[in-house]
Ligand binder design. Structure first.
Ligand code: 1GP
Length: 250
């Protein structure tokens, strides 16, 4: 099988959309992890993203290993801090918070952890991480000490994404933050998608299959869902079906 990023590019060529199930090691118990993995397998979820803005537990390795044992779906780290690295994963979203003006999250933490990240042997996917205002402060907006892009400023999001792509970021991840009151609007997604050619990852506050579908129609390549699934794991099937229903170009 292809490495994660080449595979993502292949999918983008044909317009095949992906569904990422986000697992926050802080929030999930071993038994519900088993259920989520099982549902992900059955629904043909495309990725398991593992991480969170505030991982306080130390069982990241355990969570990743359990997924690897019970599934063939690639595990991609979505770290809230440089300590959230497990060499057992398949790839790492190497996030630079390009929507913020906090130098630590743009480059400072990367410098400090670079040797450790390199040594992990993980596939590194540089990601222009762009936080959009989700209607109320989210963990990421608070922890990052950086102002999110206002939800109605599609032009700022679009210029940020363009700059990220030109700086060499392999993906752009627009996030309203976990549990966001308001998910990112389709208008903003469409404006950004039209103007970049790297895969566009969208997450934060997506609660139903219809919104996931509409985001894909607007140009998202990967839909990430965490909170809604934690509350109702059966949504995994519905979300996957909606996202995979988008026709591909052959
Ligand atoms: C958060 O984009 C992810 O960083 C997913 O958000 O938990 O609200 O689905 P939710």
């Amino acid at each position: 099988s292809l490495a994660v990023y080449p595979n993502l590019l292949e999918k983008k060529k044909t317009g095949k959309k992906s569904f990422a199930v986000l697992i926050d090691p802080d929030k999930i118990s071993t038994t519900s992890l088993r259920t989520v993995i099982d549902l992900g397998n059955k629904a043909n979820a495309d990725y398991f993203f593992v991480g969170g803005s505030l991982v306080v537990t130390d069982h990241l390795d355990e969570v990743v290993l359990q997924i690897k044992q019970e599934s063939n779906i690639p595990v991609i780290l979505f770290p809230g801090s440089p300590s959230q690295i497990s060499r057992h994963a398949d790839a790492l979203l190497y996030l630079s918070l390009i929507s913020g003006r906090n130098p630590e999250l743009l480059i400072g933490q990367h410098v400090v952890s670079a040797p450790f990240v390199r040594k992990s042997g993980l596939e590194i996917i540089s990601t222009g991480y762009t936080v959009i205002d989700g209607g109320a402060p989210t963990t990421v907006s608070y922890i990052s000490n950086a102002t999110p892009i206002p939800a109605d400023k599609a032009d700022i999001a679009l210029c940020t994404a363009m700059a990220g792509e030109m700086l060499g970021m392999k993906t752009i991840y627009m996030d309203a933050g976990s549990g966001a009151k308001k998910a990112i609007s389709e208008e903003m997604i469409a404006a950004v998608a039209k103007n970049i050619s790297v895969p566009l990852i969208i997450g934060g506050g997506i609660r139903d299959a219809e919104k996931a579908y509409l985001n894909c129609k607007a140009g998202a390549d990967v839909i990430v869902v965490g909170n809604a699934i934690e509350k109702q794991p059966s949504l995994i099937q519905e979300m996957a079906a909606a996202i995979h229903s988008i026709p591909v170009i052959i």
